[in-house]
Design a protein around this ligand. Structure first.
Ligand code: 4AD
Ligand code: MG
Length: 464
């Protein structure tokens, strides 16, 4: 059996040879004695054209009745077609049905809306758009591992079940082995979590950062790449309840080093995907970018530097355009998506790091700046999406950290292991979290997070 990708790659060598290919029928049309099948086996973005003739195969009539979606096995001769849209086709000697497809198959030739395709998430990887997205997703994941491994990072597996709320935003999914309908109670009538599997209340993690910091204090450079969970009740195009995050953590490093790493990583991944997925990227360029300029834009980006602005300066710039926004913008506000997008799309017109946010709107672990008001945080904002990275230099000073925790009402005993990292050879260190789905949205131009993850989990949807 030959994969369609191998046929396209070695067409010159295979010319006039007989091959066997397997795949799913994308389209089928026929006239009296001649028919054409567009076949896809998943190895190649472009379909393979199969030509079949009544004079050459013994089941011509039967083949013309195959429905779209059927799986078949074709043996035939490779014919080069240098003047056609596809570089080659197969002239069939034999076509066998592997699995018939019911005529109710929903993916007939017409174009379907992305909204409709979400309702058939189990079938949508067979469409051009979703096939291209999920291939890019796979290749981008590989590129990220390749990037960090080439730089000597250790891939750290951090727990998904945890007892701590890293971001302190109270957006955790609780997990418990207690009977929800009839839980054991303590004497004062509260749910008795001491009888839970873990003996305490636990949750699905919102971030692997705190544990990644522990690993970084041994290996110097680590990264995580895994699922994270947030019970954010925001029904937007860029929030999912289950998403994948990449979290590098580097010792003896400050915020500048952190931003340099983030920029290097994004550029590396973009370049790698454009090189490995030219057909998919051309498809996004032509069908998802209003100006058909996606590839040009990403290529330019790989060859330039991202912007950088302090939060204070960003707010000042946004205030000049305040009539453009639904939400007010003022020093101390949490930037809304509309603000983020305005900054990166209108003002900078490229990805931009916003640094030094007010401490009130950031997590407890971020390093306090000398002004006493801001922290050494950085968010990377990109056109079309907004925030794709959130990171910071970490507070390594024991006293400053515990003082901040006290201000926020975090109990030292709950974080004693985390404080140990400052007690025993603590160093300056920094890291960030990249939302993987948001990176894929940025790279493909696909604008809804539900269309870049195979089986999305968003408010009110867990059908699969
Ligand atoms: O900015 P966040 O909350 O940062 C952290 O979790 C840090 N602990 C990361 C670190 O420093 N190691 O999340 C990081 C990124 C965001 O910039 C965003 O891209 C993505 O994770 N993200 C989401 N993606 C999809 N759906 C959601 N609900 C997301 N929440 C955050
Ligand atoms: Mg953030």
């Amino acid at each position: 059996r030959t994969e369609i990708k191998a046929l396209f790659q070695n067409s010159a060598e295979l010319a006039d040879r007989q091959v066997t290919v397997c795949g799913w029928v994308r389209t089928l049309r026929d006239s009296k004695l001649l028919g054409f099948i567009e076949l896809n086996d998943g190895s190649n973005f472009q379909n393979l054209q199969v030509v079949f003739e009544d004079a050459k195969i013994d089941n011509f009539k039967e083949v013309t009745k195959y429905n779209v979606g059927a799986s078949i096995v074709v043996t035939g001769r490779v014919v080069l077609t240098p003047n056609a849209k596809q570089p080659l086709e197969i002239h069939a000697d034999k076509i066998e049905l592997e699995g018939a497809s019911d005529p109710a198959y929903p993916l007939q030739k017409k174009r379907h809306s992305l909204e409709y395709l979400r309702s058939i998430a189990h079938l949508r990887p067979r469409t051009n758009t979703l096939a291209a997205v999920f291939r890019v997703r796979s290749v981008a994941a590989y590129a990220i591992h390749k990037f960090f491994n080439e730089r000597g990072f250790v891939y750290a597996h951090t727990p998904l079940i945890t007892g701590s709320d890293c971001e302190g935003a109270g957006e955790m999914f609780r997990i418990t082995t207690l009977d929800a309908k009839n839980p054991p109670l303590t004497e004062d009538g509260a749910v008795d979590f001491s009888q839970d599997f873990f003996g305490k209340m636990t949750s699905l993690t919102v971030s692997g950062q705190l544990e990644a910091e522990a690993m970084a204090m041994a290996f110097g450079k680590v990264y995580t790449f895994g699922p994270t969970f947030r019970a954010e009740n925001s029904n937007t195009a860029r929030h999912a309840a289950e998403f994948w995050m990449i979290e590098p953590e580097i010792a003896f490093a400050d915020l500048e080093d952190d931003m340099q790493l983030a920029q290097d990583m994004i550029k590396y991944v973009l370049a790698y995907v454009m090189e490995q997925c030219p057909a998919e990227m051309k498809f996004f360029n032509d069908f998802y970018d209003p100006n058909k300029a996606l590839i040009q834009r990403l290529t330019d980006l790989v060859n330039s530097d991202f912007g950088k602005v302090t939060y204070t300066e960003a707010v000042r710039l946004l205030e000049e355009h305040k009539d453009q926004f639904d939400y007010p913008v003022y020093w101390g506000c949490d930037l809304q998506t509309e603000h983020e997008r305005y900054l990166t799309e209108k003002i900078f017109q490229k990805p931009v790091f916003v640094i030094d946010y007010p401490k009130e709107i950031k997590a407890f672990y971020m390093r306090l700046n000398d002004d006493g008001k801001t922290v050494a945080a950085m968010d990377l904002l990109v056109p079309g999406v907004g925030e794709i990275i959130g990171g910071s230099q970490r507070e390594e000073r024991f006293d400053v950290l515990t003082a901040r925790m006290e201000e926020l009402g975090l109990r030292e005993e709950d974080y004693s292991w985390y404080l140990d990292l400052r007690r025993f050879g603590g160093t300056k260190h920094a890291g960030y979290g990249l939302g993987f789905e948001r990176l894929i949205m940025y790279m493909t131009g696909v604008s809804n997070i539900r269309d870049v993850i195979p089986f999305p989990r968003t408010t009110g949807s867990a059908e699969y």
